[in-house]
Write a protein that binds this ligand. Sequence first.
Ligand code: HAM
Length: 451
Amino acid sequence: MIEQNTSGDENIKSVKPPYQTPKGVHDILPADHEYYTFIKKCVRHRLRQAGFRRISTPIFEFTEVFTRSIGDTSDIVSKEMYTFHDRKERSLTLKPEGTAGVVRAYIQHGMQNLPQPVELYYIEPHFRYDRPQKGRYRQFHQFGYEIIGESDPALDVQAIYLAHKILDDLGIAQIFTLQLNSIGCKVCRPRYLNALKDYYFGKERSLCVNCKQRLDKNPLRLLDCKEEDCMILAQIAPKLSDYLCNECKEYHADVKEFLAELKIEYVENPNLVRGLDYYTKTVFEFWDKTDGAQNAIGGGGRYDGLVELMGGQPTPACGFAAGMERIIANMKREKIRVPRKDDLHVFVAQLGKEAKKKCLPLIAALREAGIKTMGALGKGSIKAQMRLADKFKVPYTIIIGLTEVREGTAIIRDMAVGTQRTVPFDDVVDEIVKLIGAENRDAYSPSEAIY
Ligand code: HAM
């Protein structure tokens, strides 16, 4: 989504400076930050309502945190990690996803002693050495959440419902389908993997290079290969649903029953396996109705074995994460506008040192009153300052020249209509608040400020 020079100002020309961002990573310019801020607010609001608390794990962890959890044979671990050694030759990796770090933190901080389930959410940058293309970046942002400590189909449905609700708040729920599958547990999946290997026996020549390797190491991933020949074979491969143990079958049936209760539509997709090894039972993704799997906006599922695999007590869990860049691209495609909180209310223009002396406390008082104010405090002529005010698209400009200083007044200009009037200097703040509307002020609110 982010073509560089997305300042939102089409007049700014792209230049080719000597230093540019590396391939696949982007600056987030002010116009896009308004989307990020809006998404963060929606996510925080929905998750707080549901009792989740925010967590941030470090940008890098010991490499093993990811190799152990995501799995050695996954694409992420085998091809996409930013791994480096520190000065003491310890192997560290920039986090490619959020679940592994959260599970590590759950164990490290003894969260199993808290009332269960522990519900945590994050909004963080992640890093994958993917081939950069539309919707695939090397630094991207996810919001995600994890429900750790209990197993029940109703919790899986809660995770799905929250994702659906957030996408709905963002105005894009209708362009995605919920894809749903169960990939079984450690009891039934090995039986299925054997059946799958038997099925592919003798068909190896028709598989792509990646799938030939997957056959030995991670046969489940054969099901979601995007190569045409592999897809044809996958379509008629044995279905995991025929191999689920009774517990997994019942669990999956309950998930579907609860989804129906919440009127959430889904598509049963027997080939949905997800790209990370830690999943058990429920897996789900939100697919673009036109693009399909190519640019899934988010995905998640249950991972009942992961806490134990990472050295904790056996602890069931499930969760979800979505890519914020992909969300923004879809919001733009759907022409969804976000509140433009950065837009200025007022521009203050002045002429001469005496006027400037009056302007400085006026600008401070306006800002204190919640009026987003920009002062032209340079040496430009009034005409030049008014041109600047036009460029900033402010609704009102306050003008103070020598006459106004002498008379203790100020001019308020309505920029859209082009009219202006003189008011007593001491009334300027109140007049502007009236014009802007008290409810539109950028007032300080502690509950919003801390995050
Ligand atoms: P994931 O499917 O690997 O799941 O990533 C979730 C979302 O992150 C994707 O659907 C996509 O929107 C976004 N994403 C992934 N890679 C990129 C990229 N290179 N560029 C842009 N966006 C990207 C997970 O990460 C799991 N940890 C989700 C989860 C949480 N499962 C349980 N709890």
